[in-house]
Each structure stands twice: as C-alpha cells, then as structure tokens.
Design a protein around this ligand. Structure first.
Ligand code: F6P
Length: 546
C-alpha cells in the first residue's frame, strides 16, 4: 500500500515480507482467527510486570509476529534501545542522549554520559525533592509569614505539565487530603485566575516547571503568580517559589532560591520527564515512597524492554503493531481508552508523547521518510468515550485501532455498584469491536429488515486490552514506560528521531513577533493578507487605532 521498501531506514526485505503477508492474509477476519485457534486469547498476550497485555484482538498471527520480529532484528531495534539506555547521543538532531530511563534507575546503577556517571546527580535531586516533599507534608515547610505551606501550584506546559497532572489525578486516592496540588498550563489568564482564586498566598508554593525556563505560556503564568504573591506578601517571596528546570541560572534570575531549584538534566526530553523534578507536586501529594514506587514500576518495564526477546517484549510488540497498522495496513489513528476516571489525563499525556515524537516527515538522517509515520493519537476515559466516539469505532468506514486499559480492583466503589459494570463494559466493547454482529445475526435477533443494515456491526475492529490488578504507583509507572517505549520503538523503526520537536518552533517564533504587534502600534504589517487583517481587526476590537 505504501512504498516502504527501499527507505533509508533499511529493513527492506522485512518490509517487503510484511507487505506480502498482508496481501496473503487479506480477507481473514478476527472471527476466522479465533475460530481456528481455541487458545488464541491466552496465547496472543504478553505479561509486562503486572500488566496483562492481550493483543489477540489485533489483526496478527504467529507469522505476523515472526515477520515483525524479523523487521526489528533487521532494523536493529534492540540495538537502538541498548544505545538509548547506555547514554549514547541517540537524539542526533539535538546532539544529546535520551536518558529518561536513568531517572528511574536504582541508586547505585552506573549510567555514563561522555564518561561521567550521571546517577549521583539523579539520586541527589531525588533526595532533595523528597526532603522538601516530606517537610511540606509534615507542616515544616513554611512561607514568609511562618505559616505552613499547604498548596502547590504547578505551572508548566506540554511535557512539563501533562505527565505530572496525569499522574497526580491517577493517584489521587493516595494523595494527602491536606495538601492541595493544582496545575495551570494554559496561556488564557482565565485558567490561572481560577486556580489562584481561592488560595492563600501565605500558604502557597508556586512550582515553575520548564526545562528551558523560556516557554511563553509558563513564564507569563510565573510572572502572574509572582505578582499575586508579591501583592499579598511583599517583595520577598522566594520562600513561595520553586523551579524544576535545566536553566538553573534563569530560575535564579527570576528570584528562585537554589534550595528550591531542582535540576532537570538536558538529556531528558520534556515529554519523557515525568520521573524528573517536574514531578515534585505529585511527590508532595502522594509522598516520596509512593513516588519511588512509581519509578520502580517504570524501571521494571525498562528492564523488560532491554531484556525480553522481541516476540514476548510488550513495548517492542506494541511499537511494532503501531508500525504494522500505520505503514502496512494504512490506519491513520490510534484511540486510547482507560476505564478509570482517574486516568482522564492519560490520552492527552500519550498524545504528546506520541505525536511530538512521531509526527515527522524526515528521517533522522534528513532524508524524506518512505511512508506515513505516527498516527493521530486521541481518546478519553471509558465509559464516557462509549457515548461519544465508539459509534465510529464500531460502524465507521475505516478501522481505528483502540487500546482499552482496565483494572481488576477499583480505587473506590461506593456501595460496590460500579466496578463490575465498568469492567463489563470494557470487555464487552473489545468483544463487540472484534466480532461484531452479522446481518443474519441482526435479523435473527428480530431486527426489522429496514434496519438490518443499520444494526449490523462489521466487527474485525482491532483492539489491545491491558489489564492490571489495581491502579497503584508502580502500575502507573509501568503503563507510562510501556507507552513511552512503544513510541520510541516505532520511531526507530521508521528511522525518525523520536526525541526532537522542531515542528513546534515556527509557530512559537511567530507568536513572539505577533504578541509585540498586538501590544504596540505595529505600523505596516508584513504578514500575509489574512494574518494582517486578523491582527488589525483584533486591534480595532480592542479599541486600538487601525
Ligand atoms: O511543545 C514544545 C515543548 O518544547 C515540549 O517539547 C515541552 O514539553 C514543552 O514545550 C515545554 O517546554 P519547557 O519545559 O521548556 O517549558
């Protein structure tokens, strides 16, 4: 379908074999595959730590797995993973390692970057975060008035927001109810004003999360929050400001004390930075021990990725299935639906991880890619999604692969009325998507003939079900690492650099220029006629002269 052979990502034979295999198995449905193999549901699954990853409802056979494993070997994907984890500069366009795995390696591990072991600094930052989190949780961290800090407002955007906000919501059942951790990311001042509205500056710590400490959204919010503190507390508000950043000099200039500045290494990409200092708000909420459990869960999956053979390697397989779907079968999106209201941030978090990593049209070497790369990633929680977009998943004109994530035990179930039904819905959706309902079955169920076509479900709609015992910090860490690694694997298979994000730069630069033009008389505007007109109209509506 796509001209994948001959790409500068190599693996030519394996790509061609996958295309042939697709053509040979055309017309084989999931019904056929399940009918032919009574054990398929047990066999086509992999255990990753506490996660049971059932991929039997994906359009794959043993032969598909073996051909995907051949592709992985021909492209040396395990070698890429090894080089990433060893601290090599796999982020070639930014000339950096991509070492998020070091952030969750146990203390005492040696991870070398340019011959220097980075682990002592990783451990030191984590220990300092734990000290601050502990003193906050015990009421000993005080502000300028001497009153204990009880609220944290975490400012940041993208990777400096989505992961920590997602994880704080996910683990809310473990959070200390006396500590109020809030997030603001949007440049719209309405958000930060709502977030700050009912907080007391005297008991609030503002945590500025920005790797670069230059991102417009975060710096504007930081200035607003600092002004809010100063208005109430006077000019010395350093006890109320903390930073997680790689630009510690800029944080200091902003007025943040070194004691409350936590370094982000430059070899951690923003979207992979949940286990870093941007997680301080999360750590304050759930406590350092639970935070370390989350890191241990991530590390467990890192180890699995590095050591399991391809055919039983969960993140490797999921990444290869993404490649199978996108490149060979031609699907264009991937839906992610956790059956947990507390995981409402998971799809948005993974959307950035995947789309910022894989939305590329040139290879790491700078040549054009040979076919489509990352899918559109989207989703929401079940069962809400069932009442929004599942209609399209079941009866739309094209198959959309979907991940369904669920837990055997609930985090809360008042009167025991909810959880069984929630999980019944997950299992029902996976079954209905895969097997559908034929016209004969619909008619036999008494459907009037004029409605049979409407009430027919084609089935053969792919899904992966991930079942975990419970939403613990470790399980959350395992899910995060699983999804991070599948993304890196797919990126490496497509030959792109999954660690840069040059595509966000042009709009950012233009926004800085236009912000000046909106604020002051811009004179003659030199954009295109549409942008010129929009800027002029905006200024008129704001009462500025044209
Ligand atoms: O969206 C672009 C981006 O650079 C992301 O990669 C990053 O997570 C986000 O902006 C925030 O960047 P920073 O942490 O430097 O403020």
């Amino acid at each position: 379908m796509f001209p994948v052979t001959g790409s500068d990502t190599n693996g030519g034979n394996a790509w061609a074999a996958l295309e042939r295999h697709r053509d040979e198995r055309a017309g084989t449905s999931l019904r056929d595959l399940f009918d032919a193999d009574a054990d398929r549901g047990e066999r086509l699954a992999v255990t990753v730590g506490d996660l049971w990853v059932d991929y039997s409802k994906q359009p794959v056979t043993d032969e598909t797995i073996s051909l995907l494993a051949d592709l992985a070997v021909q492209l040396d994907l395990p070698g890429f993973v090894d080089r990433m984890m060893a601290g090599e500069r796999v982020n070639t366009t930014e000339d950096r390692p991509a070492l998020h795995t070091a952030l969750r390696s146990p203390a005492g591990t040696r991870v070398l970057v340019d011959g220097t072991d980075v682990m002592p600094r990783v451990t030191e930052t984590l220990d300092r975060m734990a000290e601050v989190a502990d003193s906050l949780r015990s009421g000993q961290l005080t502000g300028v008035t001497g009153r204990p800090i009880t609220s944290i407002v975490s400012l940041g955007i993208g990777g400096s927001h989505l992961g920590p906000a997602m994880a704080t919501s996910a683990l809310t059942h473990l959070a200390d109810p006396t500590i109020d951790v809030r997030f603001a990311s949007n440049l719209d001042g309405a958000e930060i004003s709502t977030v700050l509205a009912d907080l007391d500056p005297a008991t609030t710590l503002v945590l500025i999360c920005s790797k670069t400490f230059t991102t417009m959204e975060t710096m504007v919010a930081a200035e607003t929050a600092r002004a809010w503190l100063v208005d109430d507390l006077g000019s010395d508000v350093s006890a109320h400001l903390a930073a997680a950043t790689a630009a510690t000099d800029l944080a200091e200039k902003f007025g943040i004390s070194p004691d409350l500045t936590f370094a982000l290494p430059d070899w951690v990409g923003g979207r992979f930075s949940l286990p870093s200092a941007v997680g301080l708000g999360l750590m304050a909420a759930i406590g350092p021990d639970a935070f370390r459990e989350m890191l241990a869960g991530m590390h467990l999956v890192d180890d699995h990725l590095a050591s399991a053979p391809v055919h039983s390697n969960g993140p490797m397989l999921l990444g290869l299935f993404d490649v199978w779907h996108r490149t060979i079968l031609g699907t264009s999106s991937l839906a992610v639906v956790p059956y947990s209201s507390q995981l409402d941030g998971f799809a948005p978090w993974f959307q950035q991880v995947s789309m910022e990593s894989l939305g590329k049209r040139v290879t790491a070497g700078g040549g054009p890619v040979a076919g489509p790369t990352g899918p559109v990633v989207w989703g929401s929680t079940g069962t809400d999604g069932q009442h929004a977009f599942f209609q399209m998943l079941h009866q739309g004109t094209e198959p959309i692969p979907v991940d369904l994530i669920g837990f055997a035990r609930p985090t809360a179930d008042p009167y025991m009325a909810h959880h069984g039904r929630l999980m019944a819905n997950l299992f029902a959706q996976a079954e209905a998507l895969a097997f559908g309902m034929s016209a004969e079955e619909a008619a036999a169920a008494g459907t009037p003939s004029r409605l049979v076509a409407h009430r027919t479900f084609p089935g053969n709609r792919p899904s992966t079900t991930i079942l975990a015992p419970e939403l613990t910090p470790s399980v959350l860490g395992q899910l995060v690492a699983l999804y991070e690694h599948r993304t890196v694997v797919a990126g490496a298979a497509w030959g792109i650099n999954p660690f840069d994000q040059w595509g966000v730069e042009l709009g950012k630069t233009l926004a800085v220029r236009i912000a000046d033009e909106l604020a002051d008389d811009p004179g003659d505007l030199a954009h295109d006629s549409s942008t010129n007109s929009l800027i002029s109209r905006y200024r008129q509506l704001r009462g500025h002269s044209a």
